[in-house]
Design a protein around this ligand. Structure first.
Ligand SMILES: Nc1ncnc2c1ncn2[C@@H]1O[C@H](COP(=O)(O)OP(=O)(O)OP(=O)(O)O)[C@@H](O)[C@H]1O
Ligand SMILES: [Mg+2]
Length: 145
C-alpha cells in the first residue's frame, strides 16, 4: 500500500434499506487493496456492527477509515444520545434496541462485544446528550518485541 487511504461514509438513521452499504464498501476496498482476508474479515465485522449502531441507536453518523501499511483504523462519530454506562453496553446480551430493530433481526446485544473482540485497540468516548465516538485499530504488523 504505497499511499495511506482515507475513506468516509455518511450513515442514515433508521434506514434498513441502505444499512450495511458503508461497511460493505469498506470491506471491498480493503480487498482491492490486497489486505489479507483475515484482517478484511475482522474489519468488516467491526465496520458492520458500528454502522448498525449508528443506524439503530445514534440517529445516524459518520464512519471514517484510515488505512496505511501499519493499521486499519475505523472510527464512528455520532451526535446521538450517548451511552450512559459503557461497562454495561459492552456486556454480551445488553441491548436497548426497540421493537422495530428487533423485528429487523437486531438487538442481540452482541455488536460492541464483537467489535471489541476483533479490534487491537477499542476506545469509546461518549457523553449523554452529546454523542459518541468509537475508535478501533487493527494492527497490520507485529509490534517489535
Ligand atoms: N452509537 C451509539 N449511540 C448510543 N448508544 C449506543 C451506540 N452504540 C451502542 N449503543 C448502546 O449500547 C448497547 C449495546 O450495543 P450492541 O451493539 O452491543 O448491541 P445492540 O446494538 O443492542 O444489538 P446487536 O448489535 O446485537 O444488534 C445498545 O443497545 C445501545 O444501548
Ligand atoms: Mg449493535
Amino acid at each position: 500500500m504505497p499511499e495511506p487511504i482515507d475513506l468516509e461514509y455518511d450513515v442514515v438513521a433508521d434506514d434498513y434499506q441502505t444499512a450495511g452499504e458503508a461497511s460493505n464498501n469498506l470491506k471491498e476496498t480493503l480487498k482491492i487493496l490486497g489486505v489479507n482476508s483475515s484482517i478484511c474479515r475482522r474489519a468488516a465485522i467491526i465496520a458492520y456492527e458500528a454502522e448498525m449502531n449508528l443506524v439503530i441507536h445514534a440517529g445516524g453518523g459518520r464512519i471514517v477509515a484510515n488505512i496505511d501499511e501499519n493499521k486499519v483504523e475505523i472510527k464512528t462519530i455520532d451526535q446521538g444520545p450517548g451511552i450512559p454506562d459503557i461497562g454495561l453496553a459492552i456486556q454480551e446480551g445488553y441491548t436497548t434496541a426497540g421493537d422495530h430493530a428487533r423485528e429487523m433481526g437486531f438487538g442481540a446485544g452482541m455488536g460492541l462485544p464483537n467489535i471489541k473482540r476483533n479490534a487491537d485497540v477499542f476506545e469509546i468516548d461518549t457523553k449523554v446528550g452529546v454523542g459518541t465516538t468509537l475508535r478501533t485499530v487493527i494492527n497490520l504488523k507485529e509490534s517489535p518485541i
